[in-house]
Structures are given as C-alpha cells and as structure tokens.
Write a protein that binds this ligand. Structure first.
Ligand SMILES: NC(=O)C1=CN([C@@H]2O[C@H](COP(=O)(O)OP(=O)(O)OC[C@H]3O[C@@H](n4cnc5c(N)ncnc54)[C@H](O)[C@@H]3O)[C@@H](O)[C@H]2O)C=CC1
Ligand SMILES: O=C(O)CCC(=O)C(=O)O
Length: 420
C-alpha cells in the first residue's frame, strides 16, 4: 500500500470515529456543543526532532502528541513508532483512549503520540536519540499531572526508560510517574507487560460465556504477534484453546490442527516477527477469513472492512488492536450475528495496569502481581457487563454501546466543570 492510500485510510479512521461519537452523543441527548468539543483533540502538537544517525548524517523526524480531553484528569496514552503513523491516526487513537478510560472508570482523559519511523531499521543508539528528542520536544505539554505516555506499537520498556530519564533530567528530579510501561527496576508495575493480553483474555472469557461457547477447544486466530498478540497466544494456549493462525508484519501462518505456539514464541524476534522463518506463509488478509471460532486482531487499524466482513468465519471478534474494524464492517458483522468485543473495551487492560503503575509511583509503595491481576479482572469483568447490557437494553451494536458508556463520564465531567 502506498503512502497516500495509507494516509487516506487514516483520515477515514478519524472521520468514522467522529461519526460514532456523534451518534453516541445524539443517542444520549447531548447538545450539539458537546459534539463540537469532543470531535477533535483539544490539543495537537507537531514537532520536528533532529537525530544524529550512525553514519554521521542528521535525520529530522516528525512527532505528534494529541490530547483529546482533560475534563476527568490528565490525558493518558501510548507512543507509537511505525512507518504508517499519520496525524489523523494519532488524533483518532487519542479519542479512543478517552473512551477507553471512560469505560474502565480511570481518572484520565485520552492522549496518544506517534512518530512515523521504522525502528526495525534503526540502531539502539539512533532509537535512544529519537526517544529523548521526542521528550525534549513535547516536554512543555506532558508530565505526571498533565499527560502520561506509555508503550504502543514498536515501543517498549527500554524506550519508556529513556523517555523517563530524559524527562527527569529536564525537570531536575526523578519523575517515574511521568510515563508507564517502565522496567520494574525503574518503577514499572508487575503485570504491565502482559496486561493488555490478560485484559483481552478476561473479556474474551465473558464473551464466550455469553455465546454459550468454551475457550477450551475453541479455534482461535490472532493477527499480530507482538506484545499483545504473543502474550495472548500463550494465555489462550494455556487455557486449552487451539491457536490455528497467527501473523505479523511479514505474513501469516495457519494450520487447522493448531500451530506450535511454544516454538513460535521461542523463535519470534523483538519486533514480534516470526512468520518469515516458515515457507508456507499466507498473507494477513488471507488469514482473517480462514476457518476459526474466535478472531483476535492484535496488530493495526483497518483490517476488517466492508471488503472482507462478509467472509469472516469467526463467531466472536475480540479487538486487541486499536481500530482494526471499520464501522461499516461492525454493522455487517453485527447483522450476521457475530459478537464483537470492541477495542475500547477489549484492549483496556494495558491502560488499567498503567494506571496502577502511576498510582504506585505516586504513593511510592508497590503491589504484588496477584493483587494487580485481581484488580484488573474485577474492572474488566464489570466493564464488559456494562457495555454488553447497554447493547442489549438499547438494541445497538457493542461498539456504539461502548462509546455511550465511555462518553457518559466525560460529558458529566464537562458539565460539572461548567464548560457546556
Ligand atoms: N502495548 C500495549 O500496551 C497496548 C497495545 N494496544 C494495541 O495493540 C496493537 C498491537 O500493539 P503491540 O502488541 O503493543 O505492538 P508490538 O509492536 O509489540 O507488535 C505489533 C505486531 O503487529 C505486527 N504488525 C505491524 N505492522 C503490521 C502490518 N502492517 N500488518 C500486520 N501486522 C503488523 C508486528 O509484526 C507485530 O507482530 C496495537 O493496535 C496497539 O495500539 C492496545 C492497548 C495497549
Ligand atoms: O498504557 C497506557 O497508558 C496506554 C495504552 C495505550 O496506548 C492503549 O490502550 O492504546
């Protein structure tokens, strides 16, 4: 796909998010001014970041940080390093974060950052320069009580550590609560690394119960084998599911008898790539329409569209990725009786444990893993039920229901503050 097609797709992601927000607010009888406030991030910063590359040249990168709405509290959300990042995509991602935080009741609004770049072709020294340069460029608008970044696609605990160190140097005091997803030794939380996948597993279990199915013995396809996808494959494999398909940026693997997940986990690289090691690779698009009971997109946006929604075989789609299904495809799948657990609910485990990390940093007292996972399970189980019941009671699809649940707290906060 060429650059202009990608940027058109990202624009579509942004405008269709606006449409779902508009419909949700209308259903909630909110005044038009509420939509005017929430249809765009309240702040969008674009920065230029010069980085000295290993060959002696200077490369200037573009960076974005979007802050959607801070009526409930500081904004929160990951930073993405990926070649396809665009301004529209980062804006949409920040809007989804607001809704996600609203659904799981966190004292945050949504934020998101991104840099169009390809970390797979950069050295560690260049990546460190880029991570530190990004923090210097956005330092005025971020901070533990303003906007708290975290990992997303192709960023990890090492990138968070560099960013935290740079911020602490600028402010001249140690600031662990500036960012989450850090290594444990620097104030990271137990369970953050696996939290997105654990959250997906918890809501998947709820969805399976509602559909009268069992995780054990279910045939599952997972698109994406990075942080979210790889932990998910392990958790679901351990729960007795048969993982029949996985994929990464280079292709996909499918075997209706089940893949050898432990071997794939062992051989994947640090960017979540493994499919190129096998000769019988298929494409990501071919994988999505293969036979399975449950489909879990856990990579990037716009994967299930009007083009392939009719061919999806799964009975349940659980969105670990942000924005993998277009709204038109949501309607087609719902019409076909496919139960969708939307991204803003299914992928909320990461930000929930990021919140726990921030709380622990602020109080300087750290919780054991069992306590974190138990708190996470309670939040996500009740959030699933809230969204599911809203969908049932109003006779609407799960995505619109999730937006209504998520927007409710934001609109309340906006009104109490006297903004509208
Ligand atoms: N890491 C986190 O805490 C959270 C992540 N998410 C979402 O989960 C999704 C995956 O994120 P992570 O696992 O953290 O990223 P990651 O960087 O660890 O892994 C990304 C995976 O997607 C694959 N990928 C990249 N470009 C692709 C393409 N064009 N087509 C197919 N596959 C491609 C990569 O090969 C890799 O397997 C994203 O949508 C992210 O926003 C959501 C909530 C939290
Ligand atoms: O952990 C966080 O703060 C945010 C994670 C994130 O970017 C997401 O849920 O999409």
């Amino acid at each position: 796909m060429n650059v202009s097609q990608k940027s058109k797709e990202n624009k579509d992601v942004f405008t269709s998010t606006q449409e779902v927000i508009r419909t949700a607010l209308q259903t909630m009888n909110e005044p038009p001014a509420m939509y005017d406030l929430l249809k765009e991030p309240m702040r969008m910063l674009t920065v230029r970041i010069p980085v000295k590359m290993d060959d002696g040249s200077v490369k200037v990168f573009t960076g974005y940080r979007a802050q959607h709405n801070d009526s409930i509290g500081p904004t929160k959300g990951g930073v993405r390093f990926h070649p396809d990042v665009t301004e529209e995509e980062v804006k949409a991602l920040s809007m989804w974060m607001s809704i996600k935080c609203g659904i799981v009741n966190l004292p945050y609004g949504g934020g998101k950052g991104g840099i169009p770049c390809d970390p797979r072709t950069m050295s560690m020294r260049e990546l460190e320069g880029l991570s530190r340069g990004y923090v210097r460029a956005i330092s005025q608008i971020v901070g533990p009580t303003k906007d708290i970044p975290a990992p997303d696609v192709y960023t990890n605990a090492q990138v968070m550590a560099w960013m935290m160190d740079e911020y602490s140097r600028i402010r001249e005091f140690d600031s662990p609560s500036f960012i989450t997803g850090k290594p444990i030794v620097l104030g990271g939380s137990y369970g953050r690394e696996s939290s997105t996948a654990l959250g997906v597993t918890i809501v998947l279990q709820e969805a399976v119960n509602m559909a009268g199915m069992n995780v054990k013995g279910s045939r599952i396809i997972i698109q994406g084998f990075g942080n979210a996808g790889s932990f998910l494959a392990k958790f679901l494999h351990d729960a007795g599911a048969i993982i029949v398909g996985i994929s990464d940026a280079r292709g996909a693997l499918y075997n209706q008898e089940g893949l050898d997940i432990l071997e794939l986990l062992d051989r994947r690289d640090s960017f979540g790539t493994v499919s190129h090691l096998f000769p019988d690779r298929i494409t990501n698009q071919e994988l999505l329409v293969k036979e399975c009971d449950i489909l879990i997109p856990a990579a990037i946006e716009n994967q299930i569209t009007e083009q392939n929604a009719h061919e999806i075989k799964a009975k349940i789609v659980v969105e670990a990725a942000n924005g993998p299904t277009t709204y038109a495809a949501t309607e087609i799948l719902t019409e076909r009786g496919v139960l969708i657990v939307p991204d803003v609910l299914a992928s909320a485990g990461g930000v929930v444990v990021s919140y726990f990390e921030w709380v622990q940093n602020n109080q300087g007292y750290y919780w054991p893993l069992e306590e974190i996972n138990e708190k996470l399970a309670n939040i996500l189980t009740s959030s699933f039920q809230k969204v599911y019941q809203t969908a049932q009671t109003r006779g609407i699809n799960m995505r619109l229901a999730a937006y209504i649940v998520g927007l409710k707290r934001i609109t309340e906060a906006v009104k109490w503050r006297g903004w509208i």
